[in-house]
Every structure is written in structure tokens, then in C-alpha cells.
Design a protein around this ligand. Structure first.
Ligand code: NG6
Ligand code: CA
Length: 502
């Protein structure tokens, strides 16, 4: 071949290659913590705990200071993340038992289905807690469906509900991992099943005692009393201390397997949800007890993911979103000395309330988006929510979404071009609140104001509450009596939104 022609040919190929890489759709990874608070990370102001890996993610991306889960508990927040709809629109979307049926409709748009339509490989690794199958009664010894696959995940490696609920097994593509057919699994949330000891009858077998009479006293697995009864599946049951390492390995495998094509990975960590049982290498490391230790473990896992992306050359064009499903809780039903070891650490930062609460500590979360190829590092005060990923990605890919009525396209806020974000947002606990122009209105409620077990504030009061978050993010000064018109306006907006699907 003529050498000049060869050179032109090589140049063309190289520049085409470069062009193709530059235009390639970003990989997207959502790393979703469980019960991590607004003040639990050093990049959000924590001084008693250091989270260098998440701090590094924040430093190379956008750190949001007004980013929200939709609810202050797990299931409703995850429901919104998947469907783009507020969970309070649908009955049966509260904290689910481990044998619940799937609550995500399979004929609407879902976050993973949007990625599938855009040509992505989609994967889910971690906590699910959105139900499986069509009914409560199900055969755990066969493929359980519908589940993540029918919702839009090409691959899934999950535990069904929470770390403290049976069945305490992993499921890969909706089949229990390591199941011995001679030792079939049955699960029951009403009546004791099987001959396994329970925490109630055998507290002497527990390695972490449960708060008396508060759940966590049914079937014992790995020395921990669980919620729900389970029999069989002895070889398939997980060991809590290595559970997060299993998820991390599966997440890394998924990335490695799909490094050549755009992928979407929803990596739902279990930390720092109860029961908190750090791996040996993190035991005692934080000096803040088990909760602090598992936060360091979580931070380490994030670092392992970013390291792997770098190693594979995927770091620049991978968008990593980091957040949590609800605010923090110190005591959640196991006696793990959370309060005794807390010291001066403030898990919700300067916010009031936490998990289960309608106050900002319930839904305002660490919220980081890093995409080195496209997003300039910085801090954003835009009002955004996890519910918005669906509409924002759908818009980015030019895909129409079906029934995701509460999801807003805030792509410009997510990428740092719009400092404002949503015009309003509805928060959920056992009660509803609405935020608009940084004014927050909490509906009157008859619910308890203080939860004895968790020793936390719910934010419930029998009278309306109104806070000006611009000057009072800690919700200390109730201005409802001073600004009755504002209360009326926000109640009217909330009622209109509620009526949309009634
Ligand atoms: C509660 C559990 C708590 C936790 C929560 C769900 C008790 C006393 N409390 O019922 O430990 O599992 O449910 O947490 O059993 S969530 O993050 O999945 O919403
Ligand atoms: Ca949670």
C-alpha cells in the first residue's frame, strides 16, 4: 500500500475511534446506601468519621445539598426511584415484609426499562425490598417471578427484603443461590414455621440482643434474631459479616462483563441498616461502634468501584450517582450500643429528625453525581429528588415515559447547569409535607411526636407546621401562625397533587 494512503487511513481510523469514544453513552451506576444520613459523610461536614472515597467522588462531581429521597423509609423511596411516582399514591407501599408480592407495575416505564430502551445492559445488585412474585404465598425453591427481570433488569443479584428480614438468602436472577433441593425453604410472616430456634424463646443464642418485644425475635440466622419465620435453606443462608463483600464482588463482575457496552447498574448497599455486623477488617475501625464501622465499610466499597472503573478505563464516561433511601437512625431494634458509642457524631448533620420522620433529616440525603467527562465539579443547592432520574434519563435518551407522573426532567440541575431544580417537592413519612421556594409545610397529624424505640422525633404535630428552610434548615421555628396564607397556599397545592390519581 502507498505509505501516504496508509497514513491517511490510520489517521481516519484513529480519529473515528476517538469520535466514537467521545460520543459513547455514559455508563450509569447508582450506589444507594440504606439509612445513611445527611451528616454521615465527611464531605457533608462530618468530623468524627472520615469517608475519603465518597469525598473523592464528591470532589470530582456535583454535591447536592438539597437532594431527596421521596420518603423517610425504604420501600416507598425505592418505589419512587423505580417508578417515577410518589408511593403514597398507591396502597401497600409501606415497609414490606420479606414475603410480599411485587409492588412495581410491569407495564409502566421503570428506571431500568428506560435504560433498556436506550440500548443499555441493566443490572441490579443488592437490597431489593419491593416484593417478589404475584402473591404472598410463593415457592422460594423455584424461580420467583415477577421480580427485577420483569421490571427491567437483565441481571439481578439481590436479597429480597432487608438484612433483618427472612428469607436471609441471596437470589441470582430470581433463584435462591446455593439451595439444596433436599432442604427446601419455607417462609412465614404469621405463624412460626420449622424447628429453628427463635430469638423470643432462645435469647441466649443471640450474638446481638434485640430490644425486648420489638420484632427481631423470630427465626435466628447467624446468631441474629430476624423478622419473620423461615425453615430450610440452611446452606443458602448468608453470613452478615461477608454479605456486603458478596454484593461488591457481584457489582464488580457486572461492570467487568459489560465494559464494552453501555451499562446501567443499580448497586443497593445494605449499610448502615441493622443488623450492623462489620467485616473483620472494619471491626472497631471508626471508634464509633458498629454503625460507624459499617459506614467505613460502605465508603471502602465505593472506593473499590471507582478503582475498578479507572482500571478498566471507564472512569471518565461513567456517571456515578450516590445517595441513600432515607435518613439515619441510631437504634433500630437491636442493642448494638449505637447511642453509647455515637460520641459527638451527628448522623443527620444540622437537620432535625431522621429515619421515619417528616422533618428534613428523613428525606434530605447525601446526593452526589459524578461524570468527569461532562459534569464540572461543584456544589449545587438545587431541589432535586431520586424520583427525577426516570424522567431525566428518559429525556436525555429521547424516550417517552409512561405513567411516571411525578418524575420531573431536571437534567440541567443534575448536570450543574440549573441551580434551581424542581418547583416543588412532596416528602413522605406517616404524614405528608410539601416544599416550595424553600418554604416547607407539614400537615397536622395525630401520630406520635416521639418514637420511643428509636428515640427519634417523627415531626408529627396536631397543628400545621411551616418552616422557612432558607434561614431555618433545622426546622426550629414554626411560622404557621404568622403566615396563614402561605399555609393555605401550600395545603392547596398538596391537595391538588394528591387528587391527581384519586
Ligand atoms: C422496622 C424494623 C427496623 C427496620 C425497618 C425497615 C423493628 C423493631 N424495626 O420495622 O429494624 O428493618 O422496619 O427499614 O423490627 S427500611 O430501611 O427497610 O425502611
Ligand atoms: Ca432504609
Amino acid at each position: 500500500m502507498n505509505p501516504k494512503f496508509l497514513l491517511t487511513f490510520i489517521l481516519c481510523i484513529t480519529s473515528f475511534g476517538f469520535y466514537a469514544t467521545a460520543q459513547k453513552k455514559p455508563n450509569v451506576i447508582i450506589i444507594y446506601a440504606d439509612d445513611l444520613g445527611y451528616g454521615d459523610l465527611s464531605c457533608y461536614g462530618a468530623t468524627k468519621i472520615k469517608t475519603p472515597n465518597i469525598d473523592a467522588l464528591a470532589a470530582q462531581g456535583l454535591r447536592f445539598t438539597n437532594g431527596h429521597a421521596t420518603a423517610s423509609t425504604c420501600t416507598p423511596s425505592r418505589y419512587s426511584l423505580m417508578t417515577g411516582r410518589y408511593a403514597w399514591r398507591k396502597k401497600g407501599t409501606g415497609i414490606l415484609p420479606g414475603d410480599a408480592a411485587l409492588i412495581i407495575p410491569t407495564d409502566n416505564s421503570s428506571l431500568p426499562s428506560v435504560f433498556q430502551q436506550a440500548g443499555y445492559k441493566t443490572g441490579l445488585v443488592g437490597k431489593w425490598h419491593l416484593g417478589l412474585g404475584n402473591t404472598v404465598e410463593k415457592d422460594w425453591n423455584k424461580e420467583v417471578k415477577p421480580g427485577p427481570k420483569e421490571v427491567g433488569f437483565d441481571y439481578s443479584f439481590i436479597f429480597p427484603a432487608t438484612a433483618d428480614r427472612v428469607p436471609t438468602v441471596f437470589m441470582e436472577n430470581q433463584l435462591v443461590v446455593g439451595l439444596d433441593p433436599k432442604d427446601p425453604i419455607t417462609v412465614d410472616y404469621k405463624n412460626p414455621t420449622g424447628t429453628d430456634p427463635t430469638g423470643k424463646d432462645h435469647p441466649e443464642l443471640l450474638k446481638m440482643p434485640a430490644e425486648a418485644n420489638h420484632g427481631h425475635n423470630q427465626t435466628i440466622v447467624n446468631g441474629i434474631g430476624r423478622i419473620g419465620y423461615m425453615q430450610g435453606g440452611k446452606l443458602a443462608r448468608w453470613t452478615d459479616e461477608e454479605l456486603p463483600l458478596t454484593f461488591l464482588t457481584k457489582a464488580k463482575n457486572f461492570i467487568e462483563e459489560h465494559k464494552q457496552e453501555p451499562f446501567f447498574l443499580y448497586y443497593a448497599l445494605t449499610e448502615p441498616h441493622v443488623p450492623r455486623l462489620p467485616a473483620t477488617m472494619f471491626k472497631g475501625k471508626s471508634k464509633l461502634g458498629n454503625r460507624g464501622d459499617v459506614i467505613l465499610q460502605l465508603d471502602w466499597a465505593v472506593g473499590e468501584i471507582t478503582k475498578q472503573l479507572k482500571y478498566l478505563g471507564l472512569d471518565k464516561n461513567t456517571m456515578i450517582i450516590f445517595s441513600s433511601d432515607n435518613g439515619p437512625v441510631i437504634m433500630d431494634g437491636y442493642e448494638d450500643q449505637g447511642y453509647e458509642k455515637l460520641g459527638a457524631h451527628t448522623p443527620a448533620g444540622n437537620l432535625r429528625g431522621g429515619k421515619y420522620s417528616i422533618l428534613e433529616g428523613g428525606t434530605r440525603e447525601p446526593f452526589i453525581i459524578s461524570w468527569p467527562a461532562k459534569i464540572k465539579p461543584g456544589v449545587s443547592g438545587a431541589l432535586v429528588s431520586q424520583i427525577d432520574f426516570l424522567a431525566s434519563f428518559a429525556n436525555f435518551f429521547n424516550i417517552e415515559c409512561k405513567n411516571a407522573i411525578d418524575s420531573k426532567n431536571v437534567w440541567d440541575a443534575f448536570t450543574g447547569k440549573d441551580p434551581k431544580g424542581r418547583s416543588f417537592f412532596i416528602e413522605q413519612s406517616s404524614q405528608l409535607a410539601i416544599v416550595k421556594d424553600n418554604w416547607k409545610y407539614i400537615r397536622p397529624s395525630k401520630g406520635e411526636a416521639f418514637y420511643k424505640l428509636t428515640r427519634t422525633e417523627s415531626g408529627n404535630l396536631p397543628v400545621p407546621q411551616l418552616y422557612n428552610l432558607t434561614v431555618d434548615v433545622s426546622e426550629k421555628n414554626n411560622l404557621a401562625l404568622k403566615y396563614p396564607e402561605k399555609v393555605k397556599e401550600l395545603e392547596a397545592l398538596l391537595s391538588t397533587e394528591e387528587a391527581k390519581t384519586k
